[in-house]
Design a protein around this ligand. Sequence first.
Ligand SMILES: [Zn+2]
Length: 170
Amino acid sequence: MSQTTPLAVQLSDEWGTSSDQLVHAVWHVLWAHPWFVVLATLLVVRAGVRMVRDVVHPGHARDAVRTFTRADKITILTRAGGRCEHHGWLGGRCQQTGALEADHVHPHSRGGWTDLANGQALCRRHNKAKAARVPWGWELNRLSRRRATYFAPGTPTEVVRHRPRWTAPG
Ligand SMILES: [Zn+2]
């Protein structure tokens, strides 16, 4: 007489085995590639930091003016010496001098002011990479200190994120 295992038990056994194998395989991959764990952790931390920043910089009303005037754009590019103002940790200041764009240091979509005080010259690549990221205060301070080395003497180097309330129209 042959022993027949009930189908439900058979299925749960199979499921149990395959899920054990899956867990085992995942652990194996994680142990074999610890950098993957580090990368995943960094991504989670980065997402968390961005969420906190969004809370710290809550909805400033958007500037009604979206784009810099032609005159402002010329001033922004000229004071930067016609060169991208992006500064990398390793490579230093970007060498790009062609096809520069006038960018909001504090993004317009996050309430950044459309004004020379919140403008910077960026190449297309760095403007795209920056997207709507809100810079930290210390990043603005570093930008201001670097600018002192290439802005003409007397040109304000400080970044002002938002339109001062007392000049807000309406
Ligand atoms: Zn650049």
